[in-house]
Design a protein around this ligand. Structure first.
Ligand code: HEM
Length: 183
């Protein structure tokens, strides 16, 4: 995983729990990287999971919920750091439809060693999308948060139903997203 993901997780945790907690969780986690991440470096996803577990234990917020909150945070970070990806999109479903064939394709050009998931998308009508997420990494909750963050970014509301079909070495989830009245 790119270091920028770790840098953002630590930034979120620092804002929520404070610097001392972040330092303590890093110290106790015994991470191969030592917890010193650079945006362009590459680190094992297990370190991310270890950090999420550490913050979960500290806060009492369950791991999946923390991943989801992190997805919201990360979407805001994408909006800040990569605003061009959001320009000209007519709404969250247009944005989500563009991840696999446009956005993550550009991400791969910026970061050839990025670990990206795979999406299959169907749009039966203008306000409905079925999206299947597949990844060797256990990040369906993070993805859920990114999708929610994306809907919020476009000032929309949505009902998001999710069906998990993960096995121990492959994460798979179907998201059914129905856009509702404007927020
Ligand atoms: C709503 C839109 C998006 C969704 C749902 C989404 C989904 C995801 C997910 C779930 C991951 C984690 C990797 C995995 O699960 O295997 C990921 C990684 C990533 N995405 Fe996206 N993404 C979105 C938009 C963007 C945008 C706008 C950018 C802009 C730069 C971006 C850049 C990245 C990067 C850099 C990574 C990390 C790659 C790595 O760790 O090596 N994504 N994305």
């Amino acid at each position: 995983m790119k270091g920028l993901v770790f840098v953002e997780l630590l930034a979120m945790a620092e804002g929520a729990f404070g610097e001392d907690v972040v330092d303590g969780v890093i110290d106790r986690s015994d991470l191969p990287s030592g917890g010193a991440y650079t945006n362009v470096g590459n680190y094992p996803c297990e370190e991310l999971m270890t950090l999420v577990r550490g913050f979960s234990q500290h806060s009492g917020i369950a791991g999946p919920e923390l991943q989801r909150l992190f997805g919201h945070w990360m979407m805001n970070s994408f909006v800040r750091h990569y605003p061009d990806f959001f320009v000209g999109r007519n709404g969250s479903l247009d944005m989500l439809a563009a991840i696999e064939d446009e956005i993550h394709v550009e991400v791969r050009k910026l970061y050839p060693d990025a670990d990206l998931p795979h999406f299959d998308v169907q749009r039966p009508d203008q306000d409905t999308m079925q999206m299947t997420y597949r990844s060797p990494r256990p990040l369906a909750d993070f993805c859920h948060g990114l999708i929610e963050g994306c809907v919020t970014h476009f000032g929309e509301t949505a009902v998001i139903d999710r069906t998990d079909r993960s096995t121990h070495d492959n994460t798979e989830a179907d998201f059914n997203i129905r856009i509702g009245p404007a927020a």
